[in-house]
Design a protein around this ligand. Structure first.
Ligand SMILES: Nc1ncnc2c1ncn2[C@@H]1O[C@H](COP(=O)(O)OP(=O)(O)OP(=O)(O)O)[C@@H](O)[C@H]1O
Length: 461
């Protein structure tokens, strides 16, 4: 990712210059507008069929965003559009279509009275790095304001790692505290005067939606139109066309499936089989000699420190009531028990729940366990270092806030030497306290002297 630029930029939170005491713009100033199709089925490919749809659905969320921004500030509100893995996949598949989608959304934004500063597709490493910046910015683990009115740096080792599970890709980013042996997984940036060397990797096609499709494709047997799905609940059945199953570069179509067919997927509710089918989607053994790896042969230094897991990680674990630091054994049994429930039971127990999510939670739960434990190599002990969160400091965690902070230079590259305003307040308060103490001492002396004189006068009388 591009390093934060140094210099003297205006910091929009308070009107001070960024190098001079405005290092923490108010969190919550970024508004993330989702424009991914929510049906989890065709995903971004439905925009590829008709790019104008992207503009239309963006307008729905922009309308919402405009209700949050005060009318007076709309014109000067910096507005960026960042696209992630869904668009990376579409670009891989058809770059012209991807450009058309970007053009449509840019056109849609320009109809609004905001300061639109461009649309772009983020790289996987950008997505991971911006998530890391967001979470550490919100937790204030980069610098803190000391009692004496100075901004002090916190050790990079105090920063937390970021785990983001999207629909099409998933990211890991953390400060490894050692040399990063593969440059393609390193993000270097300068924040508040400190240099950070962060490990980050984005696994394309390992986002929740793509993995769950990959799972269905892996369960399909040649020339059979029925698929037994061990992760779907017993009693659940659905039809899916081969065209929609193989609509992304993540799931290559077998050479035999030339024409579009309808497949019937039948739920089995078999947790042991489900877990093992999910494990088959990874390669845990490929790794270069003398290197440590995540999965699929991707270099990864050993994970270190605390981690915040958000987006899909949080959504799934929140539904399963597993976001309160439950031990690994509880997590395992909860997912296992959930997978045994049949479709009728599930619908009765969770009547208002979206049916697609409900059907997926068993597979998603095992997927999360597999990627964290066998993929990223967390173990029984380090499991406790993972915090499943949607928000920090009342603000949603994700790449978008970090992206906005970076593009608007709201995190200065140089540390604010002195927070003049705050330091002035600190000295005023100190002087007031000293003054009050002096007054108290003086008053005590005067009172004592008078008391003695009065006592002497009484004795003489
Ligand atoms: N209530 C929920 N229950 C379960 N899963 C959910 C819920 N809400 C969202 N998700 C899933 O969480 C995942 C993350 O969604 P998000 O919008 O962050 O991803 P994205 O922007 O599509 O990611 P990518 O970077 O892969 O493009 C998606 O797979 C989405 O379907």
């Amino acid at each position: 990712m591009a390093p934060a630029k140094s210099g003297h930029q205006v910091c929009s939170c308070c009107g001070h210059s960024a190098g001079d005491g405005c290092p923490h713009p108010q969190p919550g100033q970024s508004h993330r507008c989702f424009s991914t199709p929510q049906d989890q089925g065709p995903g971004i490919s439905s925009y590829a069929d008709d790019p104008t749809k992207a503009g239309t659905s963006l307008k729905v969320c922009l309308d919402k965003a405009m209700t949050v921004i005060p009318a007076k500030q709309q014109k000067e509100t910096p507005t960026y559009l960042g696209a992630t893995a869904g668009m990376r996949l579409l670009r891989e598949q058809n770059s012209t279509k991807a450009d058309q989608v970007l053009a449509e959304v840019s056109k849609a934004i320009q109809e609004y009275s905001v300061d639109f500063r461009g649309a772009r597709v983020l790289t996987g490493n950008d997505e991971g790095s911006f998530g890391w910046i967001t979470v550490n910015y919100l937790l204030q683990t980069l610098i803190k304001f000391s009692f004496t009115g100075e901004w002090i740096h916190l050790p990079a080792a105090d920063t937390v790692g970021a785990l983001d599970l999207g629909g099409a890709s998933t990211q890991i980013a953390f400060f490894p505290g050692r040399t990063i042996e593969d440059n393609s997984t390193q993000a270097l940036f300068k924040l508040y005067g400190s240099n950070y060397s962060i490990y980050t990797h984005s696994y394309l096609c390992y986002g929740q939606n793509q993995v769950l499709k990959k799972l269905i494709a892996s369960l399909r047997e040649d020339n059979v139109t029925s698929i037994s799905h061990p992760c779907y609940p017993k009693g659940y059945q659905m039809n899916i066309t081969t065209a929609s199953l193989y609509d992304s570069p993540c799931i290559p179509a077998p050479s035999t499936s030339a024409q579009n067919k309808t497949l019937t997927v039948v739920g089995m509710g078999m947790p042991a089989k489900c877990r093992s089918a999910i494990q088959q989607l990874f390669n845990f053994t490929a790794c270069r000699p003398n290197k440590t790896c995540g999965f699929n042969g991707v270099y990864q230094p050993p994970e270190r420190g605390q981690f915040y897991a958000f987006s899909g990680y949080y959504s799934v674990f929140h539904f399963l009531n597993l976001t309160s630091g439950q031990p690994l054994s509880t997590v395992n049994t909860t997912i296992w028990d959930f997978c045994y429930k049949n479709w009728k039971e599930l619908q009765e127990e969770f009547p208002g729940q979206d049916r697609t999510y409900l059907r997926n939670y068993c597979a998603a739960g095992f997927y999360i366990l597999t990627i964290l434990m066998q993929g990223y190599k967390f173990d029984n002990q380090t499991w406790q270092n993972i915090h499943f969160r949607q928000q920090v400091a009342n603000t949603d965690v994700g790449w978008s806030l970090g992206y906005m902070l970076n593009l608007t230079n709201m995190i200065p590259a140089e540390v604010p030497s002195k927070a003049k305003g705050q330091k002035f307040v600190f000295w005023i308060i100190t002087m007031l306290i000293v003054g009050l103490l002096l007054a108290l001492v003086l008053w005590s002396i005067v009172a004592l002297t008078y008391q003695r004189q009065f006592a002497n006068y009484e004795t003489i009388l």
